[in-house]
Design a protein around this ligand. Structure first.
Ligand SMILES: Nc1ncnc2c1ncn2[C@@H]1O[C@H](COP(=O)(O)OP(=O)(O)O)[C@@H](O)[C@H]1O
Ligand SMILES: [Mg+2]
Length: 370
């Protein structure tokens, strides 16, 4: 048993699949952790469709959710074992695996958030202690239960001389503000890739617009962009978090019908990329005025059109992927859940009440011993 080796498993709102890492948190002075291995397990098409359906009400939801939970648990276990194989680490030697689960509804305003998972089954299948259900304690304490990654972003990228911001662009985008002195702040800025993925799937097939190449052939539609930017979410002060509950295809369709019913599909795609870039940039201009360096992680960092739009919006600030600062863009969030598992086992609170709005610091997660 290595006290400092943890797995982290994330499957986010993009519904693309599971990212897993194995990390060593005794990496040596000046380093929070070292990634020993990683794996990505894509969701089978049917599971992806089921998870998308479970984002809204429908018949027999309990049974469908239970079936999806065990299918997810099997993929989480597979991803842990694949990351272990990649790292040449025996899963039995891990201290624990932090497993986020799959968010299908997120309504902290109603007092709940739902991450599908079967943590007991993951422990059984992978033979590791599992820490799961990280968000609900924060929600129970009156918080948003999200974002939970800012404390880890601070551990990983904080303390630099330059004022940094970390932006994770998954299905939803969230930012962490890391001023050299002062409090860490963070919140969800709004849609990351979720809307452009939906639009791409509808018009081109395929889960996403590779490198943003299709978006690059279109031009943003000013009236559509303005109408979408008027959604009250963007002007709300933090703490705030969001998901597919709010930013979904009906949201996009309504805006299109009202402002640009005859728009050419590539122009809509370009507008959705502009929406993501603008809302992230506005958030940074509002809360992190002095930021000099913007580090981008999540799959959105692979979208060159989006990265270019962000760089233009935020110039003269430096906009670079986290890989330029030593951590692969697809590992950051999974590493965060490895770190959160470690905090849970140590009994340390890991939420930042200033970020989530919770009544106070709380130990996050439930432990399922192996
Ligand atoms: N090569 C790429 N080109 C363009 N976009 C990409 C690429 N790779 C990943 N993405 C985008 O990133 C998303 C997945 O990002 P991820 O960080 O896993 O988000 P989540 O945590 O929500 O699952 C995809 O749905 C896609 O929009
Ligand atoms: Mg993902």
């Amino acid at each position: 048993m290595s006290r400092e080796r943890y797995a982290g498993v994330m499957s986010g709102t993009s519904l693309d699949g599971v990212d897993a890492v194995v990390a060593d948190f005794a990496a040596g002075p000046g380093r929070v952790c070292e990634t020993l291995g990683a794996a990505h397990v894509p969701f089978p098409r049917e599971l992806r469709a089921t998870l998308a359906e479970l984002q809204s009400s429908g018949p027999d939801e309990l049974v469908r959710a239970a079936d999806a939970s065990i299918a997810l648990a099997d993929l989480y276990a597979e991803a842990i074992l694949a990351a272990c194989a990649n790292a040449a680490v025996d899963a039995a030697t891990l201290a624990a695996a932090g497993v986020h689960g799959q968010t299908v509804r997120h309504r902290p305003d109603l007092g709940w958030t739902i991450q599908l998972n079967d943590a007991a089954r993951v422990a059984e299948r992978a033979g590791v202690t599992v820490v799961a259900d990280f968000r609900r304690r924060d929600v129970a304490a009156g918080g948003q239960g999200a974002p939970l990654v800012p404390a880890f972003h601070a551990a990983l990228f904080g303390g630099a001389e330059a004022h940094r911001v970390v932006v994770n662009i998954g299905g939803i985008a969230n930012l962490t503000d890391l001023p050299p002195a002062g409090d860490v702040r963070g919140f969800d800025t709004g849609p990351g890739n979720v809307l452009s993925d939906l639009w791409h799937a509808e018009h081109r097939g395929g889960a996403f617009d590779e490198h943003g190449a299709w978006a690059a052939t279109g031009r943003p539609i000013a009236s559509l962009l303005a109408a979408m930017l008027a959604d009250p979410y963007f002007a709300m002060p933090p703490p705030k978090s969001t998901g597919r509950d709010r930013f979904h295809s009906a949201w996009l369709d309504e805006h299109l019908a009202r402002t640009a019913p005859d728009a050419a599909p590539p122009d809509v795609q370009a507008t959705l990329v502009a929406l993501t870039a603008r809302t992230i940039a506005d958030a940074i201009r509002r809360v992190a005025t002095d930021a000099r360096e913007v580090l981008v992680c999540g799959g959105g960092a692979h979208n060159a059109t989006l990265m270019g739009a962000l760089a233009r919006e935020l110039a003269p600030r430096v906009v670079v992927p986290t890989s330029d600062r030593g951590v692969a863009v697809e590992h950051v969030e999974a590493l965060a859940f490895a770190w959160l598992a470690r905090e849970a086992l140590a009994g340390r609170p890991a939420n930042l009440p200033a970020v989530t709005g919770a009544a106070g610091p709380r130990v996050l997660g439930a432990i399922y011993p192996r």
